[in-house]
Every structure is written in structure tokens, then in C-alpha cells.
Design a protein around this ligand. Structure first.
Ligand SMILES: [Zn+2]
Ligand SMILES: [Zn+2]
Length: 248
């Protein structure tokens, strides 16, 4: 299976799954996998690892920006099958265990069904396991403060709002920001392209999501790898400020 794997920087690959992205960071033979797509994207996750010369056994850790099904899809599979640790922000750990679920509901989608793109997006989401129950049974909080001792040396950045424990990952050495759903560059339910927040129905607390854009605007970098939409080149600061302007 060929997947849409794009090398965007040294040892840094953006993968477009089905309406969702994940990122592979490589260092020698070892790999960090950031997010894991929808449950239905599993074959694409495995194929993307193979395409960069990796394998599921080579994944040192799975980092999850946040525990929505389109990012968490294969985390438990990798943990249970290969013993791969699954790390999230402390505040997102119970979400990954599904002690609660802060995710767009069928009711939210129905109320927004008149918006362009929402119905086809929802049908795809359901087909891809968007409503499946995919808890991680033993998720772990990030093992240290600051840069993680993993391929890519990612630095978690708490960016709450989309979910309570959402984290972006900053790669200061390559000027990359993996922004998850705290800052995206497009979505099937959005008619605008470029840096933006997801439509309102997707955020647990939209006002906090807007405030978190200021956190991202303080980061140095010139390449944005979002959870949805294409890679965006240009100062991360400007991208975050543009999204904030559009959100007000
Ligand atoms: Zn999300
Ligand atoms: Zn998402």
C-alpha cells in the first residue's frame, strides 16, 4: 500500500491519512510516531512507517496530540502488539483511557449539517471508526519536562482548548511545529485554506483554544505540520496570529 508520505525536513515526514495527518520523526533506525490516524487508517500507518524505512517495532514511542479518535486510532494497537509506550499530556491521559469523551457528538454534527462539507465529512468519519471505542488501556504522561529523549527531540507544548490536555510538539532544531488540532491549515468542513482554528463544534472550550494560539505564536519556527490540512511554510508566529485573527 502506498500512502501520502511527504518528507518536509531532515528526518521529518508528514503523512496524510484519510482526512487526518500524522508525523514520523526518524533518527537512525529509531522512530517517533506523532498521532496515529483514525482506527480505519491502520494499514496506512503501517505502510507509512515502512515507506520511511521504519517498522512498528522501530517506534520508540507514540506521542498523541490529543485523544480524539482521528489521532488516537492505532495507539492501543501499537501499545498492545509491540509494547510501544503511548505518551500524552498529563491532562489528556484520562481522556485517552476514555474516562470521559470530549469529542464532537452526533447531535453537534446534525445541528451543523447544513454547513458545506459537514455531511460528507461525517460519513467518512463514521466509516473510518470516528465513533469506535478505542481507549488506550495504559497511556502515560510525558516522562520528562522539556525535550523528550526520543527521535526528533520533540518538546511538548500544552495548548488546551480543543481538548483539556492537547499538546503541540515543537522541534526547535528544525524549526518545525507539529500543531495537532490546536492550529490547522484546512479541513473538509472549512471553506478557507491556510492557518485557522477548526470549526467551533470541534472544540471542547473554544475560548481556551483561541488563547492557546498565543502560546504557539511565541514559538520559533517556519514549518507548521497540522493535524488537518497541508504543511504550511512560513513563520509559525504569523500562522498562529492569522488563525487568531480569523477566530475573532
Ligand atoms: Zn481533535
Ligand atoms: Zn483531528
Amino acid at each position: 500500500m502506498q500512502t501520502d508520505v511527504q518528507q518536509v525536513a531532515a528526518g521529518t515526514y508528514l503523512v496524510h491519512g484519510s482526512n487526518t495527518n500524522w508525523v514520523i520523526l526518524t533518527e537512525g533506525d529509531a522512530v517517533t510516531l506523532v498521532d496515529t490516524g483514525y482506527p480505519g487508517d491502520r494499514e496506512q500507518v503501517l505502510a507509512s512507517l515502512a515507506q520511511v524505512g521504519g517498522s512498528p517495532e522501530a517506534v520508540a514511542a507514540v506521542l498523541i496530540t490529543h485523544a480524539h479518535n482521528d489521532h488516537l486510532g492505532s495507539a492501543e494497537y501499537l501499545r498492545a502488539t509491540y509494547g510501544t509506550p503511548v505518551y500524552l499530556h498529563d491532562a489528556e491521559v484520562p481522556h485517552a483511557r476514555r474516562e470521559f469523551l470530549h469529542q464532537v457528538t452526533v447531535g453537534d454534527v446534525v445541528r451543523n449539517g447544513w454547513r458545506p462539507g459537514v455531511v460528507p465529512w461525517a460519513l467518512h468519519a463514521i466509516r473510518s471508526g470516528g465513533k469506535a471505542h478505542v481507549p488506550v488501556t495504559a497511556p502515560e504522561a510525558f516522562p520528562s519536562e522539556g525535550a523528550l529523549d526520543l527521535p526528533g527531540r520533540p518538546v511538548p507544548v500544552h495548548t488546551p482548548g480543543h481538548t483539556d490536555g492537547h499538546a503541540a510538539f515543537h522541534l526547535p532544531d528544525t524549526g518545525v511545529l507539529i500543531s495537532g488540532d490546536a492550529l490547522v491549515s484546512g479541513h473538509p468542513t472549512s471553506r478557507i485554506k491556510g492557518p485557522q482554528l477548526l470549526p467551533d463544534m470541534f472544540h471542547h472550550e473554544r475560548a481556551r483554544a483561541v488563547a492557546s494560539l498565543d502560546v504557539l505564536a511565541a514559538l520559533e519556527g517556519d514549518l507548521l505540520l497540522p493535524g488537518h490540512g497541508p504543511a504550511h511554510r512560513g513563520p509559525v508566529r504569523e500562522a498562529a496570529l492569522q488563525a487568531r485573527e480569523r477566530a475573532l
